[in-house]
Ligand binder design. Structure first.
Ligand SMILES: [Zn+2]
Length: 283
């Protein structure tokens, strides 16, 4: 499932074709994805200008000139790709329509933005831009890990009474937005924290140390264009390459890369997902 770095990479890839541009025609090829599309979605998108393409957690938010915002979630297998060449950088033609091209935005500038989702766990909704924070998908989400509200004092306070494993606490979207299995495993490894440790049992200093580490892992992953596992693609169809930088994720049985550590990376089930960690140097 795409996590924050993958969604941010897609956003950066789509923004030049969308921001400031008018949707000449919206093609909606089915009534729903994970949930039904909002009523008359195609009509509400057609002729709207995209003022900005933002991201909140794993949601892409396209603010429209109509006063509404298009909320997009890629789900498990959703891909949002752009074809055509409004900027004159490439010479790509539009590809032939493909199976699972559920929503296609035909932009006035000639670009075509396609949402393809084979498994249909993705979602789209429209909400008034000025009430976006109250939307049911957005409201429960905690602070952005790359924003100022996610800081040492905040995280120490948020975890002080948490009786769950630190891994589960960091995956909790109410505590911090957009983190998933891969980047939590990587952050806990860099912090030398055992993923099974109860959050409230960790010293304030160790919890605080996670803030810069989480930011660092996410920033590196964004710089690498995200991690390509299974279906994820950047907006231009290219693969991200942060998977080559994994220190623990998907490395079960491999030697720990911490200098001086002779441990072997282990995989254990936690919250229904695989946790990868070094039992020797993560305490
Ligand atoms: Zn180790």
């Amino acid at each position: 499932m795409p996590e924050l770095p993958e969604v941010e990479t897609v956003r950066r890839g789509l923004a030049p074709s969308l921001e400031g541009q008018v949707i000449a025609r919206a093609e909606v090829n089915r009534p729903d994805l994970r949930w039904p599309f909002p009523e008359r979605m195609a009509d509400r998108l057609t002729c709207a200008r995209v003022l900005a393409l933002r991201r909140r957690s794993k949601y892409l938010l396209a603010d429209l000139s109509t006063g509404e915002t298009l909320i997009i979630h890629l789900g498990m297998s959703g891909r949002m790709t752009v074809s055509g060449d409004p900027l004159g950088q490439f010479h790509h033609d539009h590809p032939a329509p493909a199976k699972h091209d559920h929503v296609v935005l035909h932009m006035e500038n000639g670009a075509r933005v396609t949402f393809n989702d084979a498994r249909r766990f993705g979602a789209m909704d429209l909400a008034p831009t000025d009430q976006l924070d109250a939307h049911w998908l957005i409201k429960p989400i905690g602070p952005e890990p790359l924003g100022n509200a996610f800081n040492e004092d905040y995280l120490v306070g948020a975890l002080a009474t948490r009786n769950t494993p630190i891994k589960a606490a960091l995956l909790d979207q109410r505590i911090v937005a957009g983190l998933g299995n891969i980047y939590v495993c990587e952050a806990l490894y860099r912090a030398r924290i055992n993923p099974k440790r109860k959050a409230r049992s960790l010293s304030k200093a160790r919890v605080a140390s996670l803030v810069p580490i989480v930011r660092e892992v996410l920033s590196e992953a964004i710089a690498a264009g995200g991690s390509s596992l299974r279906d994820y693609r950047q907006a231009d169809g290219e693969l991200g390459y942060f998977q080559h930088g994994f220190q623990v994720y998907d490395r079960e049985g491999a030697p720990c890369r911490t200098e001086g550590c002779t441990g072997t990376i282990a995989r254990i089930p936690q919250s229904g997902r695989s946790t990868f960690y070094c039992p020797k140097c993560q305490r």
